[in-house]
Ligand binder design. Sequence first.
Ligand code: IMP
Length: 183
Amino acid sequence: MNDRTLFEKAVHDNAFRTLISKEELATRIRELGLEITKDYRGKDPIMIGVLNGSFVFISDLVRAVELDLEIDFLKISSYGNERSSSGRVQMLKDINADIAGRHVIIVEDIVDTGLSIKFLQEKLSALNPASLKFVTLLMKKDIAKVDFEIDYIGFDIPNEFVIGYGLDHKQILRNLPAIYVMD
Ligand code: IMP
């Protein structure tokens, strides 16, 4: 049958290799939530999700954090429909919150080249937050060039193109429940 959706092929036909299962995601996100809860007790942080890719991760992560936290979003340009970085990052939607003096946690789906996270670090640290930390669900550590510490990392992954759990292929497949490798 060639009228099957890519979603069906991924979930029902094992067309793509599962890299991280639903269960592994849930376990690791619970751990990250506990760590953040411990580190930020008494600080009322603001978590900022980087759209579009982080929307699934942040929705699970915030429910694993037992604090009075605020949530905001920003959107930056990344690959468009390409699989490799264009090398330029632009702010497409800025945050609404005033983060001066606040404890800020940026939530990313994946650090690939590191360009996006470097852009955000420069941009947001200029707004004088009390502290600025980064969470990423996935990190391609062999290729990411980041000259500062990423405070919370879900999983180190090899340099492969991944989809699902918020990550897209040509803007689709973000709704897959696990992380798959698209060969
Ligand atoms: P950067 O190269 O670290 O700047 O990553 C930029 C953005 O590209 C990430 O936030 C993702 O949205 C996207 N991206 C990078 N690697 C992948 C991948 O393997 N699958 C899907 N999207 C990716």
